[in-house]
Write a protein that binds this ligand. Structure first.
Ligand code: NAP
Length: 255
């Protein structure tokens, strides 16, 4: 293998969930730039159209299919579409996540709890299961789960969300162990605070922003593109002997 081929994804089929904006959009655009045929998904297909158009305008290949990651029937339909249209899946990026609740662990309501678990844990699990089954049958593949530093350090106000992200790390390791012999690699990325709509409430006030920047050794808040390079690493042969790993990308905040 030539050194400059390490990150080459030419012809590989890569499915990215939550690809309409933020971290998912940045990952999809980067994988496409390195040659992947990218499949973009989020709850509404129209939400992903702009990202797909940007990929095509840059000379890449992009396809869009809607899927609510908290709905098992829609997950099954998404993977059936992947099989029928493309016949293989080389990379899955489980990125669609939700946090409908903010408040004390003592006040978590069952409906918000169920929604968080359905998308962030059950959704990740069954996306992994469908992808890993297909990848096993074709000789291998790479699954990347976007977790959070909240998986390592519970944060006040988002306890349920953090617990589902800890579950995403644990399921990453479980799938990595069982699917490794079939050359299916499964790794997790743990972002710190990243400048997206999802995290807008955590950085809207200037004082709050300053506190975060001061607590971050690299003295900045992350951008979605800061996560894309790690996804490219895990998607490509550059990480071919890496599975069950977790990579924290937080500007050093939790070093
Ligand atoms: N931003 C941060 O500071 C941060 C830190 C740590 C971890 N993360 C994780 O990074 C991932 C991406 O977050 P982000 O910050 O990029 O958020 P974002 O900009 O709000 O994007 C979220 C994406 O997920 C999609 N989505 C939301 N709920 C969905 C569902 N039920 N089914 C399918 N798609 C759904 C959204 O599209 P639609 O609305 O079109 O469905 C959108 O594409 C999440 O897993 C999040 O937990 C983020």
């Amino acid at each position: 293998m030539k050194a400059d081929d390490l990150f080459d994804l030419t012809g590989r089929v890569a499915l990215v969930t939550g690809a309409s904006r933020g971290i998912g959009a940045a990952i999809a655009m980067t994988l496409a730039r390195y040659g992947a045929r990218v499949l973009l998904s989020s709850r509404r297909a129209s939400g992903c159209d702009g990202v797909a158009e940007a990929i095509r305008a840059a000379g890449g290949e992009a396809h869009v299919q809607a899927c609510h990651a908290g709905d098992l029937a829609q997950i099954e339909a998404l993977h059936a579409w992947v099989g029928e249209r493309f016949g293989r899946l080389d990379v899955l990026v489980n990125n669609a996540g939700t946090n409908p609740m903010y408040g004390s662990v003592l006040e978590a309501d069952p409906a918000g709890f169920a929604k968080t678990v359905d998308v962030n844990f059950r959704g990740y699990w069954f996306m992994c299961q469908h992808a890993a089954r297909r990848m096993q049958g074709q000789g291998g593949g790479s699954i990347i789960n976007i977790a959070s530093v909240a998986a390592l350090h519970p944060m006040d106000g988002i306890g349920v969300y953090g617990a589902t992200k800890a579950a995403a790390v644990n399921l990453t390791q479980a799938f990595a162990r069982e699917c490794g012999p079939a050359q299916v690699r499964v790794n997790a990325i743990l972002p710190g605070l990243i400048n997206t709509r999802f995290a807008a409430a955590l950085q809207s006030e200037p004082a709050q922003r300053s506190r975060v920047i001061e607590a971050t050794p690299l003295r900045r808040i992350g951008e979605p593109e800061d996560i894309a390079g790690a996804a490219l690493y895990f998607a490509s042969d550059a990480s071919r002997h890496t599975t069950g790993a977790t990579l924290r990308i937080d500007g050093g905040m939790y070093a």
